[in-house]
Ligand binder design. Structure first.
Ligand code: ADP
Ligand code: MG
Length: 236
């Protein structure tokens, strides 16, 4: 496999073509963004930690029967993944209320959500990722109705697997965001799962171990990511 030209640079990762059009290289940078890209900083080692963290989680989910784009780790900052047509919709599951849900609905931060809440957001920084529903997704052609059903089912399957993985390591999976895409017509999990796109709290102390440390200027961002990685057994 040969790495070729850069196809796209997002806020945290870059995508490179390869000599095989079915595969691309996902390159995890140290750039860390918040508030829809309004604030961007370099956090030393973040690219490497997230690449290895994501590889571990994607492999874990693949082994559990969830279709993912992940093929293999290439080096410290890069992974080989299937080249997908991304669906521009983020799937969010919330097990505990925090962040925008609390701001929007005025519910108590930290309240347990039974059953968990599911939300869709349109991936559009200029519009600040507005919340959308199944009707918007179908009517505006962002995804087919049957693929929306699949994304939702897969996102809940991921919840069952990861809630337990983190709980067994003394953490609460508060919420997380997933992105899906189409590969040869099939809906599969893409993008990344890392502390950049989820909330994780220590189960005992409720210490934040995710990107909220960056958003809220709490410091020790990468140290927290590394602690999570070490607790679930990610080789760093
Ligand atoms: N398997 C894949 N094939 C093609 N594109 C992908 C794949 N996985 C993730 N992407 C896309 O790579 C881009 C770069 O990631 P990121 O830096 O997180 O971007 P963004 O600023 O849009 O969040 C995103 O647009 C994401 O949807
Ligand atoms: Mg992203």
């Amino acid at each position: 496999m040969e790495k070729r030209q850069e196809l796209y640079a997002g806020k945290a990762k870059s995508v490179f073509a390869t000599d095989d059009s079915d595969y691309v290289v996902l390159s995890f940078r140290d750039d860390t963004s918040a508030f829809d890209g309004e604030r961007i900083e370099q956090l030393n080692r973040k690219g490497e930690v997230n690449n290895k963290f994501n590889a571990f989680i994607m492999q874990y989910l693949s082994d559990a029967g969830i279709p993912t784009h992940f093929e293999k780790l290439l080096n410290a900052n890069e992974s080989l993944v299937k080249n997908m047509k991304m669906i521009p919709v983020e799937c969010v599951v919330r097990n505990v209320a925090s962040g925008s849900l609390v701001r929007r609905l005025g519910v108590e931060d930290g309240m347990e959500l039974t059953p968990p809440v599911f939300e869709f957001f349109l991936k559009n920084d200029a519009l600040h990722d507005p919340m959308v529903n199944e009707y918007h997704i179908e009517t505006f052609g962002w995804a087919k109705a049957e693929d929306v059903t699949k994304m939702k089912a897969l996102t809940f399957e991921v919840n069952a697997k990861l809630k337990k993985l983190f709980a067994d390591a003394g953490m609460i999976l508060v919420d997380y965001k997933l992105e899906f895409g189409l590969f040869k017509g099939e809906v599969i999990l893409g993008d990344e799962f890392s502390p950049d796109g989820c909330r994780l709290w220590d189960a005992q102390t409720r210490k934040k171990l995710d990107k909220d440390r960056f958003r809220q200027g709490l410091g020790g961002v990468i140290e927290a990511y590394e602690e999570v990685a070490q607790r679930i057994g990610v080789p760093l």
